[in-house]
Design a protein around this ligand. Structure first.
Ligand code: ADP
Length: 790
């Protein structure tokens, strides 16, 4: 039944049309405007439109144009129904708007009906044709589909991989021959078991879970699974993938799947991962025994069911570690090793590797072989229990020396070791060997670093000279003692920077060392080794100086004491003689000698005492205000009482009004006494000695000038050292202890003053002593003494 759309703005016209067309038995649709007609056409398929021309808003022509514009309705025939015009122009307009015919009112119902019938018939014919075409297309499509299916099966059969398809519920509906051959099952068997017979039991649960999820969600499926290869019973890793084919509505119509053998790739990846992990374990410890034990642990179960590490001790193997996932089995292995120790001459296993240094690979151990190896039935029983299937033993080498043997055994996993596995085990052993070498190296480096740290902190100079006489090591103490930096000396011949040192031997000896123009002394001794000699040396300058000083003291003191003692002794002996006639004058002279020499002895002893007090910091200093000029006058007067011939003591230059000085008067007097005594003593040819007092910045300067022997410029500092005396040739044989100037300098220092010597203008020397003045504001209070402990 076809739809006929009647369009007219007048209901009575529509009614009239209905009355005429009803009898045709078609479905009549009504529209009372152009817009309504367009709306109806959106909803319904229409075979013919009867369109009134004269309508308000959208007239018939305009409506026809819009209908023709729409793709879906452009072919629908339109008959214009009109009463208004019959002129040609109108008719032309109607046809150009897409009309197939015109019916003019009032119309003959029969004519209208027969016109409409023609169009309906035409429409039905068209419909029939369309349906036929569609059917044809479907048939063709089905054929095509069948062909394409055949083609993809063909393709699938040609593939090197396993290809399969399944129904939306997961049931297999096709498996290529390659897969069937691989599993050695028929298609029907495989459909029946749905893979469960051929997947590794450990992977089965995961397979079912993921497959169920994929079936439920329609998401692609992917899994890594081990499938059992029928030819050798080995489980090999496969990548299994399936993607769903869906219809237009998105429903799954089929699953297309493949299993790709990735075993070798996966094993290579696993081996790599294992080696990386092993590397981390190997560097973790520097104790190689614990390291090797850790390697055994790591190997189980990843590459072996059993792992054993033996190390060579005194030429024999000792088992260091045994690993198995089940601790009970480890006990069993130990029991076996204890009851049936491996013979060092064994033709297999670790003893063989120890003897040959080469790896051993046993891919498959047959029952016969087991029986052959077993020593008795009990032994066979134990070995069977261990379930050894396949094993490999590799040597562990470090520094070119065989250190032990790593054994990897496969049992319950059913794995058969092949050449690739052996290569992995050898790589593991090689890395373990390197780790052991590194650990040893590290220890050596540590020890060396430790030694270097010690060398840097010891107080002794340590140097290493190689067999070519080149300095290779120069520690910090060496730098400090010699003042030579290591940058300067390391790599140079020792004798270049330290002439004289080139001839040092391993014998202990004392060597001079000139540094900053001054001589120092070191005691050096060496130990020879293959690559050269290591020397150690100490700076003994201070000890040596002390020793020298002690010797000087002994020499000086004994000499200085002996002279007055000899004089006293001689005088006393003379006085004691009974055979001589004594006059009073002679007696008095001899007694005078005794008195003078005794007082000289006292002076020497006092000086020694004072020097030792100064050294020990035990001398009290009483600072007070002293009259500088008065003191100078008094010292000069005292000196004049015992002047030798040809020497005069004068005051001068003397300035009036010099300020009082802050000093310990008795000590200052001793200083000036000593300077005057020296001036007199060292003027053997006579001459003027002048004691001057002048103001100086911040204090007063005393000067003692003589025209005596004078002091060479380079000795002007040293004469202030303890016991230091000029060469006897320069002092004209004048005696002394060498303590006077030392004491003078120390006393002057303690009151904040200074002492020095310069040559006198013509001849002799000028000693100057500067003492600080009493601070101004305190002058009035200076009667009090300040006691200082020096
Ligand atoms: P001593 O006079 O007992 O030897 P000193 O310490 O007083 O000791 O003097 C140290 C040395 O300085 C003397 O041995 C002497 O060689 C030298 N000396 C000191 N005063 C003079 C001087 N006025 N002229 C020349 N030499 C001097």
């Amino acid at each position: 039944m076809a739809n006929i759309l009647l369009v007219d703005d007048r209901p009575e016209n529509l009614l009239a049309l209905e009355a005429i067309l009803e009898s045709l038995g078609q479905t009549l649709l009504y529209a009372n405007s152009g817009e309504e007609a367009l709306r109806q056409l959106l909803r319904e398929d229409v075979a013919l439109i009867l369109l009134d021309v004269q309508m308000p808003v959208l007239d018939g022509f305009e409506t026809a144009r819009l209908i023709k514009e729409r793709r879906r309705t452009s072919a629908v025939p339109i008959i214009f129904v009109t009463a208004i015009s019959k002129d040609e122009e109108q008719v032309f307009r109607g046809y150009s708007a897409g009309a197939v015919d015109y019916v003019f009112k009032p119309f003959n119902p029969d004519v209208l009906r027969s016109k409409v019938s023609v169009f309906i018939e035409l429409h039905e014919k068209n419909e029939q044709l369309r349906r036929q075409a569609e059917q044809l297309k479907e048939q063709e499509l089905a054929e095509l589909r069948r062909e394409s299916e055949e083609r993809y099966r063909f393709l699938a059969e040609a593939q090197p991989d396993q290809i399969w398809t399944s129904l939306p519920n997961g049931e297999l509906d096709y498996v290529n021959q390659r897969a069937l051959d691989y599993f050695a099952v028929s298609f029907a068997e495989l459909v029946e078991s749905g893979w469960t017979q051929v997947v590794h039991p450990d992977d089965l649960g995961r397979m079912l879970d993921r497959w169920q999820i994929a079936l439920a969600t329609g998401e692609p499926y992917e899994n890594d699974l081990r499938f059992r290869r029928a030819s050798d019973g080995a489980y090999r890793w496969h990548l299994t993938r399936a993607i769903p084919m869906t219809d237009r509505g998105g429903a799954v119509v089929k699953w297309f799947g493949s299993n790709i053998d990735i075993h070798d790739q996966k094993r290579a990846e696993e081996a790599q991962r294992f080696l990386v992990d092993a590397g981390a374990v190997l560097v973790a410890s520097l104790n190689y025994r614990s390291t090797l034990a850790a390697v055994a642990k790591l190997a189980v179960p990843r590459i072996a069911d059993w792992a054993r590490v033996d190390v060579v001790e005194a030429g024999r193997l000792r088992t260091l570690a045994v690993e198995h996932v089940d601790p009970k089995k480890v006990e069993l292995a130990f029991e076996l090793a204890q009851r049936y120790p491996e013979s060092p001459d064994a033709e297999q296993g670790p003893p063989l590797v120890l003897r040959t240094g080469k790896s051993e690979l046993a891919t498959e151990i047959s029952e016969e072989r087991l029986e052959e190896l077993a020593q008795d039935d009990f032994h066979l029983g134990l070995v069977r229990e261990l379930g050894v299937q396949s094993y490999m033993c590799v040597p562990l080498v470090a520094h070119g020396e065989l250190l032990g043997v790593i054994s990897l055994v496969s049992a319950e996993s059913g794995r058969r070791y092949d050449a690739d596995d052996l290569a992995l085990a050898e790589e593991l052993a090689r890395r373990a060997g390197t780790a052991v070498e590194n650990a040893q190296l590290y220890r050596e480096v540590e020890e060396r670093a430790e030694a270097a740290r010690v060398l840097e902190t010891v107080g002794d100079g340590v140097l290493l000279v190689d067999n070519d006489g080149i300095v290779r090591l120069w520690n910090r103490a060496s730098e400090e003692i010699t003042g030579i930096s290591r940058e300067l000396i390391v790599g140079q011949p020792l004798g270049d920077l330290l002439p004289g040192w080139a001839r040092v031997t391993t014998r202990a000896e004392t060597m001079p060392l000139v540094r900053d123009g001054r001589e120092r002394w070191v005691s050096i001794s060496g130990v020879a080794f293959d690559d050269g000699v290591v020397y150690a040396f100490q700076d003994i300058s201070d000890e040596r100086a002390l020793e020298r000083m002690r010797q000087d003291l002994l020499a000086t003191v004994s000499h200085e004491l002996r002279t007055p003692l000899a004089a006293i002794y001689g005088s006393a002996m003379t006085l004691n003689r009974r055979d001589l006639e004594w006059n009073d004058d002679l007696k008095a002279r001899l007694l005078n000698v005794i008195v003078d020499e005794s007082s000289r002895l006292t002076t020497i002893v006092n000086d020694l005492l004072l020097a030792s007090q100064l050294d020990g910091g035990r001398l009290d200093v009483h600072i007070e205000s002293c009259d500088a000029l008065g003191l100078a006058e008094s010292v000069a007067a005292a000196a004049r009482t015992h002047l030798p011939d040809g020497v005069q003591v004068e005051l001068g230059p003397v300035a009036e009004g010099v300020p009082p000085v802050a000093a310990d008067e008795a000590q200052l007097r001793q200083v000036l006494d000593n300077l005057l005594d020296n001036a007199i003593k060292y003027s053997p040819a006579g001459g003027d000695v002048r004691l001057g007092v002048e103001a100086a910045t911040g204090g007063v300067r005393f000067t003692v000038a003589d025209a005596g022997l004078g002091i060479p410029a380079h000795e002007q500092e040293r004469i202030f050292e303890k016991f230091y005396r000029l060469d006897p040739d320069m002092t004209g044989g004048v005696g002394g202890t060498g303590l006077g100037l030392y004491i003078a300098r120390e006393l002057v220092r303690r009151v904040g003053g200074r002492i020095w010597v310069e040559p006198n203008s013509d001849q002799g020397s000028v000693f100057s002593v500067e003492i600080p003045a009493v601070p101004e504001p305190d002058v009035t209070h200076m009667g009090q003494k300040t006691v200082l402990r020096s």
